[in-house]
Design a binder for this molecule. Structure first.
Ligand code: ZN
Length: 241
């Protein structure tokens, strides 16, 4: 099967991480006809609300809403995945399969310890993926080395200073629809499951407030903030907001 390379591949430690912090950015690039994908590192099976099965269905529905070209779950183990050789090879395999130009990954420091570990795992895998002496066979085919051009870490719970902000004003509504597809996780007045820090109406207000705050910095309505591993380059100052 021939496969088109992705412009952006977004990794998340848990299903919903990408939607919460970079869903508007993906929706925006998809609207510009760039192919985007999501890889969830775990099934979020340790989450207080929901379970692996309904979170899988929610992730599929959210992928449909955003219009991503692929979504895969590596099932590395919620709460316990590590930067082992096996984990790195699993991440390298998807990078080589989809050859993204840009990789988005979790925040490098955050409230949930999985986020920082995921950030480190994905960043290291992006580098190793470019080494052609690491050989990975997938369905009988040797996957050629591929190193993404750049990695950006989306900002999650901790209030981190953004190095780069994407204007998502025209895509905030679709981001929130994608977030709300995870209906076991977020505010649902009919739910009988225990309340969590993300299941209250206040959390949805926080998401909106955070997007307004990032938007305000660059003079637009809503934004999503990222940190960079290296200084980003541009062909034109004029294109920058
Ligand atoms: Zn998470």
């Amino acid at each position: 099967m021939t496969q088109k390379n992705l412009a952006i591949l977004a990794f998340g430690a848990h299903p919903d991480d990408v939607e919460l912090s970079a869903g508007g950015t993906l929706a925006k690039h998809i609207a510009q006809n760039h192919l985007c994908g999501i890889v969830d590192l775990t099934r979020g099976e340790l989450g207080t609300r929901g379970n692996a099965e309904n979170r899988h269905a929610e992730a599929a529905e959210s992928a449909r809403i955003l219009g991503v070209s692929m979504r895969e779950n590596l099932d590395l183990g919620d709460g316990f995945f590590d930067e082992s050789r096996e984990s790195l090879l699993a991440v390298i395999r998807v990078i080589r399969q989809h050859k993204p130009q840009v990789v988005l990954a979790n925040a490098i420091s955050d409230r949930h310890p999985d986020h920082a570990r995921a950030a480190s795992l994905v960043s290291r895998a992006c580098f190793l993926s470019g080494l052609n002496k690491i050989e990975i066979l997938h369905e009988g085919v040797l996957l050629p080395a591929h190193r993404p051009q750049s990695i950006y870490h989306y900002i999650q719970d901790y209030n981190t200073t953004a190095h780069l902000i994407v204007d998502i004003s025209a895509h905030f509504d679709i981001k929130m629809k994608a977030v709300m597809a995870f209906n076991t996780q977020f505010y649902d007045p009919t739910s009988t499951e225990p309340e969590t820090p993300i299941s209250t109406p206040l959390f949805l207000e926080f998401l909106r407030g955070r997007a307004i705050e990032f938007g305000r910095i660059i003079g637009c309505q809503f934004g999503e903030g990222f940190t960079c591993e290296r200084a980003p380059g541009t062909h034109s100052f004029i294109e920058l907001l």
